[in-house]
Design a protein around this ligand. Structure first.
Ligand SMILES: NC(=O)C1=CN([C@@H]2O[C@H](COP(=O)(O)OP(=O)(O)OC[C@H]3O[C@@H](n4cnc5c(N)ncnc54)[C@H](O)[C@@H]3O)[C@@H](O)[C@H]2O)[C@H](O)CC1
Ligand SMILES: [K+]
Length: 485
């Protein structure tokens, strides 16, 4: 089962793996043709009603696979307004192949009848698929009514036009016109809304590599763009809690959170290091805590600071001195917001009872310290991490040559990054990045995207600096790494 937004991500990841959409469209069209063959014998008449997006493109391909049928292709709209190059190329290919095709710009001109005047045997509904928004407009609306009035067997491509694939409801509201399909041939995986329809649903494998789902890729960045109308704070406020024995760690987390898109980043650190942290950047807001270590006497103050922020990044440079664990325990017991937990704060997580939603970012050693297990075989390791995430009830991002991101429901792997990133401080950059992302998307996705973009930033830094890569090279490379290309 795959929702529409995840499907779009997987599709883009497939393209990055060398399987571009035009290739997928060829497989989709072939699958549609197979479905036609399953319901009608050669010689039958087939009307393909195509919209101007890639849903229509699938049927334009199908027409080439149906040479033993009497096919007629109806394009709703002028060919020059077809929205994608790949659909337009397939329209042009039909012309060269002399396959009967016509354009319909006025819905009243749509004539689905076969040459003998009878209804066609099969109608392929390829007007709209996952790209639909709102109720059907013209000419699709009238065309849907004509399709529904016909006696033909109606095969919908991907999803019946006018239906939301995620919910199964008409996109234009309960009484809106939508295609009433007999069969649906949907691609790659079941869609959540299709089971509720009164139609036989077939899932066609269109050759999307399993790696496009299993590994993070550029598609995972889709939909994370800033809203152009957003105000200060809408894109996330992050509180980094750390420092004491170390100064660089909380600073790296905070700078990374800013570069990953957070609007405001505050650092709560012992006053002994507050000036040093502030000295790294005027972009940081520093909240000094009395003393030279974060301890349980600070729990109340940190809790009130946390309440002003969307996400807390807990742990960078905190150390494991007297009272630090008690602080983490006390803070997490009372906290019910979102936190990224890293470094010395991690070992407290298994023993604490908290309502907070945590994203824990251990490396393998820290995972074992937390009570988790690891394995040499990547699949086995992924499953162990998923089970441990389920036990903890939190998201885990286990860092390694291949990062494993898991919650109770699923696993994602990330293979960006390079051996140069074993240098100190890259984990702090990751924690801050995930913190910023958790303010704008769900925790699992924040962890997966965070691992992906920090690895990408690290790859760019390694290109520039080779084995001389240092953690401070990474934050400034995040904006480029977060571009969806
Ligand atoms: N991996 C994949 O996901 C693949 C999907 N394929 C097929 O592509 C469609 C989705 O294609 P897309 O071009 O994104 O969208 P549509 O064709 O559904 O819609 C295009 C177009 O329609 C206009 N529009 C939107 N809402 C309405 C409306 N209510 N009334 C009229 N017109 C509307 C709008 O301008 C859109 O841009 C997917 O379903 C699959 O069939 C690939 O071929 C294979 C890989
Ligand atoms: K459709």
């Amino acid at each position: 089962m795959i929702p529409t937004d995840r499907m779009a991500a997987v599709d883009a990841n497939a393209a990055a793996l060398g399987v571009p959409r035009k290739q997928l469209m060829e497989s989709s069209g072939n699958a549609v043709a197979r479905e036609v063959r399953a319901v009608a014998d050669p010689g039958a008449t087939v009307a393909l009603v195509c919209g101007r997006g890639n849903n229509g493109g699938d049927a334009l391909v199908a027409a080439r696979f149906l040479t033993e049928y009497a096919v007629r292709v109806h394009l709703l709209g002028r060919p020059e307004t077809v929205r994608t190059d790949i659909a337009r190329e397939n329209w042009a290919a039909l012309g060269k192949a002399e396959i009967p095709r016509e354009t319909v710009t006025d819905s009243r001109d749509l004539d689905l009848a076969a040459p003998d005047g009878d209804d066609p045997d099969v109608i392929v509904d390829a007007m709209l698929g996952s790209g639909i928004s709102g109720g059907l407009r013209e000419p699709e609306r009238t065309a849907a009514a004509a399709i529904n009035a016909s006696d033909a067997t109606v095969i919908a491509v991907d999803v019946p036009s006018g239906i939301d694939a995620d919910t199964g409801d008409p996109t234009g509201g309960p009484d809106a016109v939508a295609v009433d399909a007999d069969r649906v041939v949907t691609f790659h995986d079941e869609k959540p809304g299709l089971a509720a329809l009164d139609a036989a649903v077939a899932v066609a494998d269109i050759g999307i590599p399993a790696a496009a789902e299993r590994y993070t890729g550029p598609g995972d960045l889709l939909g994370l763009d800033r809203d152009p109308d957003s105000h200060k704070g809408d894109n996330g406020e992050v509180l980094v809690v750390g420092g004491g024995p170390y100064t660089g760690a909380p600073t790296l987390s905070a700078l990374a959170a800013l570069r990953a898109g957070a609007d405001l980043v505050r650092v709560a650190c012992p006053e002994s290091v507050a000036d040093a942290v502030q000295g790294f950047s005027p972009n940081l807001i520093v909240r000094p805590l009395p003393g030279d270590r974060v301890g349980s006497s600070h729990a109340a103050r940190v809790a009130s600071l946390a309440a002003e922020n969307d996400v807390v990044v807990l742990g960078p440079g905190l150390g494991d001195g007297d009272g630090t664990r008690e602080f983490v325990r006390e803070f997490l017991t009372a906290y019910d917001g979102q936190a990224v937990v890293d470094a010395d704060a991690l070992r407290v997580v298994p023993e604490v009872d908290t309502d907070a939603d945590l994203i824990c970012t251990p490396h393998q050693g820290e995972l074992v310290d937390m009570g988790g297990e690891t394995a040499a075989d990547p699949d086995e390791r992924a499953e162990l991490v998923r089970e441990f995430a389920a036990d903890l009830g939190h998201v885990l991002l286990v860092k390694g040559a291949v990062d494993v991101i898991a919650d109770a429901d699923g696993v994602r792997l990330n293979r960006t990054g390079n051996p140069g990133m074993t240098v100190g401080g890259t984990g702090d950059v990751l924690a801050g990045t995930v913190g910023a992302l958790a303010a704008v998307t769900d925790p699992f996705r924040a962890a997966a995207v965070g691992a992906y973009v920090v690895g990408r930033a690290g790859d760019a830094a390694a290109d520039a600096n080779g084995a001389g890569l240092v953690a401070t090279d990474l934050p400034d490379r995040l904006p480029e790494a977060m571009r969806n290309e």
